[in-house]
Design a protein around this ligand. Structure first.
Ligand code: PLP
Length: 441
C-alpha cells in the first residue's frame, strides 16, 4: 500500500500501515532478519542499525547507490554515519587498498604508510602536534580520557547530557548501564553559565571535559561558539584537559570544526572517514601529553592495539585525504550541505509542517518540531512515530537515511541527487501533511 493511503489516519495507525508495507515489500530482508535473531540478540551486532519492523539487508553498494537483497535500489543519504565520505568502492580508494593488499598485510612491524597519514593529519588539524592510531572512535575517546586522567592525576570527566562518544561513552538520557565506569560529571550542552559553575565547583577533581563541538549523532546540534570559548578558557584556567570529539565533525572543514571555529582543544579524537572507509580511530593533540606515549621514555605510557597501524586503513586514509577530500572538496561539500539544509527547511515551511533541519555543512538531522533545538532534551516531546513514518516513507521513495533523521553527505552525491531528495521530501510532506499537522507542534 503506497503511503498516499495514509491520509486521515492517526500517527500510530499511519506507522502501522507503513510498517506493514515495509514487511510486504521486503520478504528477503524479513527472512534474513529472522535467521539472524537465532545467533545474535535481536539479529543485531551494532545497535544503531536496528529499526522497526526490521532493517533492510544491503547486498551491494557502489558510488552513492545501495541495493538491498530484495533488489530495491536506494540513494545513500546516510553515508555510513559520516564514515562513508568517499561513497562506496571509490576507484581511488579501491586502488590504494588493492596496492596495499598486494604487498601483504599485518606485518607485526611499522609500515611505510602510518607516519604519512599521521603527518597529513598533523598538518590539517590545528590541535595536533602528535597523533596515535586506534581501531575505532570509541577506543580513541577512551584513550583520550585515560590519558587526561593519568596526566592530571584527577578522577572526574565532564560530559554532556545526550552526548555520544562511543558504545561505552553514551549519554543519551543521562548515561548507560554499560558505560565505562569513570566518575562522570553530567553538564547541559550549550548551557554556558550552568556549565561554567559546574566546572568551577569540580575544578580540582576534573581531569577532562569531553565534548563534540557539534553533536552529530545527538541530532546535528551545533555548540554555540561562545559556549566552546568559555570551555576553552575555564579548562585552561584550571589545568583541565579539553577534549574535542571530532570523530564526525572533522569533515566540517579541511581542519575540522576546530579550524572553522578557531578554538584549539588540548586533545582531539577522530574516526570514521579518515581511514578511507576502513576501521579507524585516532587521538592526538598537545606535544607534552602525547609525548608520554614515546616508548623511548623510561616513564612511557604503553598504548597497545594489534591493528592500530593496519596497512589497509592507513593506505586508504592517505589516498582519501590527498586525492579526494582536498581542502577545496571539503569547502564544496559543506557548502552543498548548507544549501540542502536550507531547501529542506523551506520545504517544511511551504508544506506548513514543523520540520526543522539542523546541523552544519555535510552533517544534518531532521527534527519534527518548530521549537529550536539547542540540546538533545529539546526533542524529547517529539513522538517517535514521526521519525518512523518519515524514515519508512523515504525508504519507499528510494532514499536511505537513519531512523532518527540523521543524514551525512558523501563526495559522490551531486546536485541532481539533492534535487530528487528534496522532491521526495516534498512529496512525503504533501502526502502525510494531515497526519503530521494533527500530531506535531
Ligand atoms: C561523535 C562520535 N564519537 C565516537 C564515536 C564512536 O566511534 P566508533 O563507532 O568508531 O567506535 C561515534 C560513532 O558514531 C561518534 O559519532
Amino acid at each position: 500500500m503506497p503511503d498516499t493511503n495514509l491520509r486521515n489516519l492517526t500517527l500510530d495507525e499511519a506507522v502501522k500501515a507503513a510498517e506493514a508495507e515495509h514487511t510486504r515489500a521486503n520478504p528477503q530482508s524479513a527472512t534474513r532478519f529472522e535467521e539472524a535473531c537465532r545467533a545474535m540478540p535481536g539479529g543485531n551486532t551494532r545497535t544503531v542499525l536496528h529499526y522497526s519492523p526490521f532493517p533492510l539487508t544491503i547486498a551491494r553498494a557502489e558510488g552513492s547507490r545501495l541495493e538491498d537483497i530484495d533488489g530495491h535500489r536506494y540513494t545513500d543519504y546516510l553515508g555510513e554515519y559520516t564514515a562513508g565520505l568517499y561513497g562506496h568502492s571509490h576507484p581511488v580508494i579501491m586502488k590504494a587498498i588493492r596496492e596495499a593488499l598486494e604487498g601483504g598485510i599485518s606485518f607485526g612491524a611499522p609500515n611505510r604508510w602510518e607516519a604519512a597519514l599521521a603527518q597529513l593529519m598533523c598538518e590539517r588539524f590545528p590541535s595536533l602536534d602528535l597523533v596515535r592510531f586506534t581501531n575505532s572512535g570509541t577506543e580513541s575517546n577512551m584513550m583520550a580520557v585515560v590519558s587526561a586522567r593519568a596526566a592530571t592525576g584527577r578522577e572526574k570527566v565532564m560530559v554532556f547530557n545526550g552526548g555520544y562518544h562511543g558504545g561505552v561513552l553514551s549519554f543519551a538520557g543521562g548515561g548507560s548501564p554499560i558505560n565505562a565506569p569513570f566518575a562522570f560529571v553530567l553538564a547541559t550542552y550549550n548551557d554556558l553559565e550552568g556549565t561554567r559553575t559546574l566546572i568551577e565547583q569540580n575544578a580540582t577533581a576534573l581531569a577532562a571535559v569531553l565534548i563534540e563541538p557539534m553533536m552529530g549523532g545527538g541530532g546535528g546540534i551545533a555548540a554555540r561558539p561562545e559556549f566552546l570559548r568559555m570551555l576553552r578558557e575555564t579548562t585552561e584556567k584550571h589545568g583541565i584537559v579539553l577534549i574535542f570529539d571530532e570523530v564526525m565533525t572533522s569533515r566540517l572543514s579541511a581542519g575540522g570544526l576546530q579550524a572553522r571555529l578557531g578554538i584549539v582543544p588540548d586533545l582531539t579524537t577522530f574516526g570514521k572517514y579518515l581511514g578511507g572507509g576502513m576501521s579507524f580511530g585516532a587521538f592526538g593533540g598537545r606535544e607534552d601529553l602525547l609525548a608520554r606515549f614515546d616508548p623511548r621514555r623510561p616513564d612511557a605510557w604503553s598504548h597497545a592495539g594489534t591493528f592500530n597501524n593496519n596497512v589497509l586503513t592507513m593506505a586508504a586514509g592517505i589516498a582519501g585525504l590527498t586525492q579526494l577530500f582536498t581542502p577545496e572538496a571539503a569547502e564544496r561539500l559543506n557548502a552543498s550541505g548548507d544549501l540542502l539544509r536550507q531547501r529542506l527547511n523551506e520545504a517544511g515551511r511551504k508544506a506548513g509542517v514543523p520540520l526543522q533541519c539542523s546541523g552544519i555543512g555535510s552533517i544534518m538531522a531532521i527534527h519534527w518540531q518548530s521549537r529550536a533545538v539547542e540540546r538533545p532534551s529539546d526533542t524529547a516531546d517529539t513522538p517517535a512515530g514521526a521519525r518512523t513514518l518519515f524514515h519508512l516513507g523515504m525508504l519507499q521513495r528510494g532514499f536511505y537515511l537513519a531512523r532518527r533523521g540523521f543524514i551525512s553527505l558523501s563526495l559522490v552525491l551531486d546536485e541532481r541527487d539533492h534535487e530528487r531528495f528534496v522532491a521526495a521530501v516534498e512529496d512525503y510532506l504533501e502526502t502525510t501533511r494531515p497526519v503530521l499537522q494533527a500530531t506535531l507542534s
